[in-house]
Design a protein around this ligand. Structure first.
Ligand code: SF4
Length: 359
């Protein structure tokens, strides 16, 4: 019997029964590519044919078909982040978006089972907002360099050092860290969250570059931490300027987890949703998205009149989620995400304050 996976870094919590015991397991289906499967997945292949060669579709299609069928049988919903691969994003996900959208949509989900295709802090956030639901992540080792840069004990020390200074924590953190926090933020609402606080000084943790970028937009003093996203910290201003030099018509759109020197040479900076909306509204002829490279593929499938330049920085954690692992999640009800009740209430409050913030 599978033991539910613990994903916070506080004391362990084991559910009285595993998700497999509560919901039962389903035998692995036959994954042969048949003419019936070809027919029933044809419309889905249309969405991803730019990225998956026709000769590879017979490998993907049986998984896509089985996941969509078993998802219905289980009454489960699949949430997928913008950085998931196009096969997941376009063929099996029910709800897609950035961290804030997924956190908000997680509160509106009717299904008893949520499969989170993203990294584990996202699954924890879904569990915090849906404590009565069963939240599964297809690979519990899908971590995040930002989330792992800080612990709840670190935040307690910061609070001792800066008494009375409110703590704004990026959602890319464990529940243990969120529990020590006044309010969470995402890259799309960080400025609004900071401006909502009645204090001239704010601790904005753990992403140093996000904090440095938002510090340029507010009069408040911003204190931070030395956490970085291992994907976005790799971009350099020199690399982007070389693209501009080669083609001055390229529009460069950056994510605020990049270093401020990188953001300084971008035509626009915003969260993944902000970047998507910018491309949809402005329709630049050529665009370079300074972020995880699956996102460009995911919007390219919808926006055919824009030429996407993709400096391919992949997030190794996001890429741990695959179709075979999603299928296993649905069959065997693994890996269940649990949050210690001792911290869940406080962590939930920090997320809810952000979700309920009027913007
Ligand atoms: S892209 Fe960066 S912030 Fe997002 S999960 Fe990967 S390491 Fe974390």
């Amino acid at each position: 019997m599978t033991t539910p996976q613990r994903l916070d870094n506080a004391s362990p919590v084991i559910a009285a029964t595993s998700a497999a015991e509560r919901f039962g397991v389903i035998a692995r289906p036959d994954l042969t590519f048949t003419p019936a499967i070809a027919r029933e997945t044809e419309h889905l292949y249309e969405r991803v044919k730019q990225f998956i060669p026709a000769f590879e579709w017979p490998v993907y299609a049986p998984y896509v078909h089985a996941i969509n069928r078993i998802k219905k049988e289980r009454g489960a919903v699949i949430l997928a982040h913008n950085y998931q691969t196009p096969d997941i994003f376009h063929c099996v996900a029910d709800i897609v978006g950035d961290s804030l959208q997924l956190a908000r949509d997680a509160t509106k989900v009717d299904s008893e089972i949520i499969i989170q295709c993203g990294v584990h802090f996202m699954a924890e956030t879904s569990k915090l907002l849906n404590p009565e639901k069963t939240v599964l992540i297809p690979d519990g080792k899908a971590g995040c360099s930002l989330s792992e840069s800080i612990t709840g004990a670190d935040v307690r020390l910061l609070k001792q050092r800066y008494p009375g200074v409110p703590v704004v924590t990026y959602v890319n953190t464990s529940a243990d860290v969120k529990a020590e926090t006044d309010i969470c933020c995402t890259s799309s609402n960080v400025l609004a969250v900071i401006e909502s606080l009645d204090s001239d000084t704010v601790l904005c943790i753990p992403d140093e570059y996000l904090a440095m970028n938002v510090a340029k937009q507010t009069k408040k003093k911003i204190l931070t931490w030395k956490g970085h996203c291992e994907v976005h910290e790799r971009f350099t201003a020199a690399e982007l300027l070389a693209y501009k030099e080669a083609d001055p018509t390229i529009e460069i759109i950056g994510h605020p987890e990049c270093h401020p020197d990188v953001i300084a040479v971008c035509d626009f900076a915003g969260s993944t949703s902000g970047m998507i909306n910018y491309v949809k509204d402005k329709r630049p002829a050529r665009v370079l998205l300074v972020t995880e490279c699956s996102m460009a593929s995911n919007i390219q499938a919808e926006i055919k009149d824009v030429d996407f330049i993709k400096p391919c920085n992949l997030c190794p954690h996001m890429k741990r989620i695959t179709l075979p692992k999603i299928l296993d999640s649905l069959l065997f009800m693994t890996e269940e995400v649990l949050v210690d009740p001792a911290i869940a209430g406080r962590a939930r409050l920090a997320v809810e304050r952000m979700v309920n913030l009027k913007q």
